[in-house]
Design a protein around this ligand. Structure first.
Ligand code: AMP
Length: 191
């Protein structure tokens, strides 16, 4: 199974990604988590990425693509993977197409979690209190929503046109949403 989990910031992607990946026995690859790990380890990549993350902007495609390519090349991703937070731009879609094609496989599904905008902001402010993420201040939250609408929402149509899109209502209890994702994926062809 090679799949993408999409949705606006605060839609619950990270939480769901872990459950779904575990069910399919594949790694959940979160670009946000990899960036944050690099930031906390103070690597060169982390220093570079932090400038963008703190402002709610996307890290440049070149940096992000290279990081994903390296991660997908690792042996645990050979049977498949779930991408959480990648691709986020049209250029990243193209890059991912190339990476998957190179392995001789195909993308099986793109799940998008849909959540009302007001609900998203209140979820993110709540998460800010619990996790203390540097990019969860109100201004940055707003900017991240704008960037998502401008740069990432167009990807939904791209994947819909390819017949890969599965829209799942992201509102409700975590396990309710997980069940919705599982049942919508049960019909998907696995390569
Ligand atoms: P996330 O945890 O997925 O919300 O990601 C946190 C931040 O990491 C984002 O706001 C971006 O600054 C950066 N980031 C994560 N994934 C990507 C990506 N695919 N492209 C560019 N920047 C990204």
């Amino acid at each position: 199974m090679r799949m993408i989990l999409m949705g606006p910031p605060g839609a619950g992607k990270g939480t769901q990604a872990k459950y779904v990946a575990a069910k399919f026995g594949i790694p959940a690859i979160s670009t946000g988590d990899i960036f944050r790990a690099n930031v906390s380890q103070g690597t060169e990549l982390g220093v570079e990425a932090k400038r963008y993350m703190d402002a709610g902007e996307y890290v440049p495609d070149e940096i992000t693509n290279r990081m994903v390519r390296n991660r997908i090349d690792e042996p645990d991703a050979e049977p498949g993977f779930l991408l959480d937070g990648y691709p986020r731009t049209l250029a990243q879609v193209e890059e991912l197409d190339g990476m998957i094609k190179f392995t001789g496989h195909q993308l099986d599904a793109v799940v998008v979690l849909t959540v009302d905008a007001d609900e998203l902001v209140s979820r993110l402010l709540q998460r800010a209190k619990i996790e203390g993420r540097a990019d969860d201040t109100e201004d940055v939250i707003r900017r991240r929503q704008e960037v998502y609408a401008e740069q990432t929402e167009p990807l939904i149509d791209v994947y819909r046109d390819r017949g890969l899109l599965i829209e799942v209502d992201g509102l409700g209890e975590v396990d309710e949403v997980t069940d919705r994702i599982f049942s919508s994926l049960s019909a998907v062809h696995q390569s």
